[in-house]
Design a protein around this ligand. Structure first.
Ligand SMILES: [Zn+2]
Length: 174
């Protein structure tokens, strides 16, 4: 797989479908619509809605992780991280900045600014359950080791950025 950005999904007129570079089916949905779904679910289901977003995020994160895992065979970890950072930014998921990475203890800190899920949202608690699950699923596949993520700061609370702490068992890392 090339380390260049592999392009946005393109409209396939024959299929009448928006298709990604690996044949995935896509749909363009506004961030506003996502936030409304999120809000409506929370109103109906309370904290139970978080589980829906977390589990969904983890599931699609694993799918992406399987797609990108071959990069880990040929590229340094920081290059893979940078490639993914650029890719998700272009898809509109906000600006990711990596903080410390400690391969020995198995910990990575990163921030997300201007995340579409919490843009303009105010909350007393972190809201980014989808991102948290997604990152866990993605990195678990990339590292071949179960990862756990915590959102330790959220733009919905502090008005500025989200911060995630990702941990994995470095003993069994491939
Ligand atoms: Zn957040």
């Amino acid at each position: 797989m090339s380390t260049e950005f592999d392009g946005m999904p393109a409209f396939d007129e024959g299929r009448g479908e928006l298709v990604g570079s690996n044949g995935e089916d896509y749909v363009v949905i506004s961030a506003e619509a996502l936030r409304r779904i999120n809000k409506q679910e929370e109103m109906m289901l309370g904290t139970g809605s978080w589980v829906i977003w977390y589990n969904s995020g983890k599931s699609v994160g694993k799918t992406d992780g399987q797609k990108y895992a071959p990069l880990m065979q040929t590229m340094d970890v920081d290059k893979v991280a940078n490639y993914l950072r650029q890719t998700y930014a272009r898809y509109g998921w906000g600006s990711v900045v990596f903080g410390g990475i400690d391969l020995k203890s198995g910990e990575l800190v990163f921030t997300v600014s201007n995340s579409p899920l919490v843009r303009g949202i105010k909350s007393r608690e972190p809201q980014c359950w989808f991102v948290r699950g997604f990152v866990e699923g993605l990195t678990s596949e990339l590292l071949g080791s179960e990862c756990t993520a915590m959102e330790v700061a959220c733009q919905a609370v502090n008005g500025d950025h989200c911060e995630f702490r990702l941990r994995w068992n470095s003993e069994i890392q491939k």
